[in-house]
Design a protein around this ligand. Sequence first.
Ligand SMILES: Cc1ncc(COP(=O)(O)O)c(C=O)c1O
Length: 468
Amino acid sequence: MRRELDRYSPGGKLPSSRALVERFRVSPVTVSRALAQLAAEGLVVTRPGAGAFRAQPRTTAGPAGDTSWQEVALSADGAADLVPRSVDASGVLVSLAAPPPGVIEFNGGYLHPSLQPERAMAAALSRAGRRPGAWGRPPMEGLPELREWFARSVGGPVTAAGVLVTSGGQSGLTTALRALAPPGAPVLVESPTYPGMLAIARAAGLRPVPVPVDADGVRPALLADAFRATGARVFVCQPLFQNPTGAVLAPDRRGEVLRIAREAGAFVVEDDFVRRLVHEDAGPLPRPLAADDPDGVVVHVCSLTKATSPSFRVSALAAHGPVLERLRAIQVVDTFFVPRPLQEATLELVGSPAWPRHLRAVSAALRARRDAMTAALRLRLPELALPHIPSGGYHLWLRLPDGTSESALTAAALRAGVAVTPGRPYFSAEPPAGHLRLSFAAVAGTEEITEGVRRLRAACDEVPGHRG
Ligand SMILES: Cc1ncc(COP(=O)(O)O)c(C=O)c1O
């Protein structure tokens, strides 16, 4: 249809929908979708009752202006010296950007479409759209039933009154950090940690201070030292399947972390981002830290995106005590509330029989994918150290041999047809070694994993200084 538009003069009437159905041998739904798309592109105008017409060509915009003044405006603020702030999305975009065609995506941060509950989400959204009041204004804190569902899934002392519905983990973390720390303040972070959180902190003018993580999570003695050295009032922690190491905070460290924070008069922001991506062979999961926290030390963040789709941007903040009021205020100031249709769709989704089935299927698929990736790596890339095999989450964290350049290897891998995530952005200060993060969730299946590892082998062989 697009190609044939030239046959009509601007303003000229196109054939009727019925004629288009016959001409292209497609259904009326397809014709109306095609017309809607051309209308959205400004090529066609539809007038109810009259038909569809070729649009008048767009009058060209005026001459391009000179935007170079913005370079000065964006950097000339003297206050920036008092509170350094940097706005940089590159660390976040690596796991969001689609790789070029034909490239195997070992850098994705979300489930491949074949693992997403696409049908259940579609059904939930359409049922949600028909719920009475679906397009009305929701309560600012979120729908009561959804707050209740989140509170029950966190457990312990958390109640619906202590839950705020937020727009994905990224937004929940932003709200938490903005609420808890003023610009210029230090914030303790795990090292390594999720670059998107470091980006939030830096964009808010906070100063991330790294505290090393080992196979059992953050190291308590170093955490206590860091609180003493900085006077920080916030520590951001991922106790379960930490991104990127996959570490789970050891049972004896859980209470210790809470005690150390409590003694420092500080909050722990718990980013519980992949609880629902537990692998089939994992043992029972530890509860969220928030479930064992009567004193309101923990501000808990959990999101549904990782188990559904990056577009299913529904998450929750859970807290208790006066901090809740601060969180609520920042959330309303920044974003008002999460669109009600999406909240209603969440209730439809998590209440459907498809939900537990989906979680079980993902659990089995992730285990198979993790095993395929670890087996392929051991076979083809034994020189890459794999210090920890996680039992949840969607990625492996590998240490490069000394002398291998992370950036050279990442570039060589892309040339060989596999996109991997370099370790550098996960460290807020100088990294102790080169690393790669390989995701096994965003690819089509185990065959692609084997092929991706083969390509990575080829890339390693090409990189000077890499000893395999
Ligand atoms: C550790 C961690 N927290 C939070 C997020 C944010 O995810 P979302 O905003 O999609 O919930 C991510 C995304 O990669 C993450 O890795």
